[in-house]
Design a protein around this ligand. Structure first.
Ligand code: ADP
Ligand code: MG
Length: 232
């Protein structure tokens, strides 16, 4: 499906929250690397998709009504065998039925397990005065507790992108802290510019949250994504 098709299908259903599956399809079309992601509607399908993708895999709930998948027991990481995948499928479905009984379940996504990297996040929200604004930050506790994030108004210049990355207090972490793999700063600049270009051409998108992105020395991959559409 194209970006237009995904957006119009959601609008027809009167829904503004896109699932991770839809959001990642949109990112891919925008030229942003994501984990491989496929929809399984049954346990059997989840097992055969995991065989195709190759172990270890990750299973996650696909529902427009579940915004925080882990909180609802909707994320299972590092699944190494068909047995683990089958059990994870059942556990996810029963946990969602318990935590969010009214949620519409579309299925469960099967993804490759991305190798660990430095977690960063990119967000887009709209300011009533300035329009789309991008946010960049380091993932995990650095953003949640320390609010170590930077903002720039769309459209970004390369200089904006570079500054947003360098002004983070946690920047040394991206440079490779205590022997950790450094993040490729140019790749992150490119990513910010790609997101800026993309949202500039898509006024139908109200908010976007790519959290986390795993940053590596040779690339970066979006591991989770959420897009919210404008309501009219
Ligand atoms: P939530 O809706 O709770 O934010 P996420 O999709 O972000 O769910 O998953 C929670 C965490 O699990 C992520 O922050 C990341 O650390 C890990 N994770 C999720 N998907 C993958 C994946 N495909 N590969 C590796 N780690 C993953
Ligand atoms: Mg997430």
């Amino acid at each position: 499906m194209t970006v237009d098709e995904i957006i119009s299908a959601a609008m027809k259903e009167g829904r503004v929250y896109l699932t991770e599956l839809e959001s990642k399809q949109i990112l891919k079309e925008a030229g942003i690397a994501t984990t491989e992601i496929r929809l399984a509607k049954s346990k059997e399908e989840a097992v055969s998709l995991s065989r195709e993708i190759g172990f270890p895999v990750v299973l996650k709930i696909v529902s427009p009504d579940v915004l925080h998948k882990s909180d609802a027991g909707g994320v299972k990481l590092s699944l190494d065998s068909e047995q683990e995948v089958g059990k994870a499928f059942d556990d996810i479905i029963s946990s969602i039925k318990e935590h969010e009984p009214a949620a519409k379940i579309e299925g469960v996504s099967v993804q490759n397990m991305a190798r660990p990297g430095t977690e960063v996040i990119i967000g887009m929200s709209k300011d009533p005065q300035f329009g789309p604004v991008l946010m960049f930050g380091l993932g995990g506790i650095l953003v949640e507790i320390l609010k170590d994030v930077s903002f720039r108004i769309v459209p970004l210049t390369r200089r904006d992108a570079r500054e947003m990355i360098k002004e983070l207090k946690g920047y040394p972490i991206l440079e490779g802290y205590r022997g950790q793999e450094p993040a490729n700063i140019e790749v992150l600049e490119d990513l910010l510019l790609t997101v800026s270009d993309f949202v500039e051409g898509r006024p139908e998108i109200m908010e976007m949250d790519i959290n986390p992105i795993f940053a590596y020395s040779d690339g970066a991959v979006a591991v989770d994504a959420r897009v919210i559409l404008e309501s009219e």
